[in-house]
Design a protein around this ligand. Structure first.
Ligand code: ZN
Ligand code: ZN
Length: 158
């Protein structure tokens, strides 16, 4: 029985040291479409069996970067060198693409960097989670279904 992966691995929260750098911290929900895309990709990349339980519920941009494009892990492939499925998203636009990226090969003592190979910014052991998570929910709020209520109210039952 595997535990459900509720969150990507985040850098350990530690007391901010001098010169500490932070992950971006932007969050977004993983849509059902992205879940399906990631599972398709996992099944073609890897002989292991994956289910929706293996997909993270929430994207967290764990990269130290500038700019409007965020990076979030979607699914950790099993196996030492299997890599991780990541997505990229832009503020205000739902993440829907998924790509397998090799893990960053850098290590620091017993700590392996949890970012992807070639990531911008510092390695994960040099990064702290921001004290206050960056507020998000970058998706536009869908219109409320006023139309139905309107119709109902204009035609009250006798
Ligand atoms: Zn970001
Ligand atoms: Zn790294």
């Amino acid at each position: 029985m595997t535990h459900r992966n509720l969150q990507p691995r985040l850098p350990r929260a530690s007391s901010p040291a001098r010169g500490v750098r932070f992950i971006c911290g932007r969050r977004a929900l993983v849509s059902s479409a992205l879940t399906a895309t990631a599972l398709d990709l996992a099944r073609t990349e890897d002989a292991h069996t994956y289910s929706a339980e293996d997909v993270f519920d929430t994207l967290v941009c764990t990269i130290d970067h500038r700019g409007p494009i965020h990076y979030g892990a979607v699914l950790n492939l099993r196996g030492t060198h299997a890599g991780t499925i990541w997505t990229l998203w832009r503020d205000g636009i739902e993440a829907h693409n998924a790509i397998v990226l090799p893990d960053c090969p850098a290590t620091n003592g017993d700590h392996a960097c949890s970012e992807f190979s070639g990531h911008p910014g510092a390695h994960s052991w040099n990064l702290a989670t921001p004290p206050r998570p960056t507020p998000t929910f970058p998706l536009p709020i869908p219109p409320s279904p006023h139309h139905d209520n309107h119709v109902t109210n204009r035609n009250p039952a006798p």
